[in-house]
Design a protein around this ligand. Structure first.
Ligand code: KIV
Length: 266
């Protein structure tokens, strides 16, 4: 299978084939996601919540993102690897944005970055694109803005808010983004944006009409149980399986059946 590129994403949109994406944060899961044939692997700043146990994504640092992206990169052969710009790695200046985004490609093996925000980051998207750093934009519910948004709430429900999001979508496309992630917006709004843009849209909680879908891996495999947004579908319960395996090990050690002769040396 050939390496997935940004041109490959675009081709899928033009051919009406869906783009699949999942997050990953380490080598073993990156290998599994890649082997499954997923098109894009996002090292999301969601790692703050699902790996580091934080309340939200805001404390995640650039160095932590680079560390996890390096781990993932070693397990990826075909998928496009996308690094997520953490809070305050790009907001303050274009120079911050270019310097930090560049680290994902130069140090960590990513092919692209994702950045939250619409018109307010258009100058950064444009500067990154001119520096040959492909950008996936991200609008709708942007978790780094929870304090402004007052929580994790569906965006674009009113006519005004919907019109603003449509405008933002065009702005980030015009700035040079190669794709656009739409998070937690009504499905018909996502449909309209998807139809109006030439770049592919990737939805999470944005309904079935987007060009592709992304979910957080730990939600999909049942490894994160603190809360489950409406848009998540759990396809496995690895936490249950891990718990059973660990309890079985403990019981066998307690009752002396592990290790047996099979696991022992003469
Ligand atoms: O950080 C993340 O995992 C994300 C999700 C929207 C996929 O941005």
């Amino acid at each position: 299978m050939p390496k997935i590129t940004i041109q490959g994403f675009l081709k899928k949109k033009t051919e009406g084939r869906k783009i699949t994406m999942l997050t990953a944060y380490d080598y073993p899961f990156a290998r599994i996601v890649d082997e499954a044939g997923i098109d894009g692997i996002l090292v999301g700043d969601s790692l703050g919540m699902v790996v580091q146990g934080l309340e939200n994504t805001l404390p995640v640092t650039m160095d932590e993102m680079i560390y996890h992206t390096k781990l993932v990169s070693r397990g990826v052969q075909n998928a496009m690897l996308i690094g997520d710009m953490p809070f305050m790695s790009y907001q303050a200046s274009v120079a911050d944005a270019v310097g930090n985004a560049g680290r994902f490609l130069k140090e960590a093996g990513a092919s692209a970055i994702k950045m939250e925000g619409g018109a307010e980051v258009a100058d950064k998207i444009s500067a990154l694109t001119k520096s040959d750093i492909p950008v996936m934009a991200h609008i709708g519910l942007t978790p780094q803005s929870i304090h402004r948004m007052g929580g994790y709430k569906v965006q674009g429900r009113s006519e005004d808010a919907a019109q603003r999001l449509i405008k933002e979508a065009h702005t980030v496309e015009d700035a040079g983004a190669f794709s656009l992630l739409l998070e937690a917006i009504p499905m018909n709004l996502a449909k309209k944006i998807t139809e109006e843009l030439s770049i592919p849209t990737i939805g999470i909680g944005a309904g079935p009409f987007c060009d592709g879908q992304v979910l957080v891996l730990h939600d999909v495999i049942g490894m994160f149980e603190r809360f489950m947004p409406k848009f998540v579908k759990r396809y496995a319960n690895l936490k249950e399986d891990a718990l059973k395996a660990i309890e079985a090990f403990k019981n066998e050690v307690d009752n002396g059946t592990f290790p047996s002769e099979d696991q022992s040396f003469q």
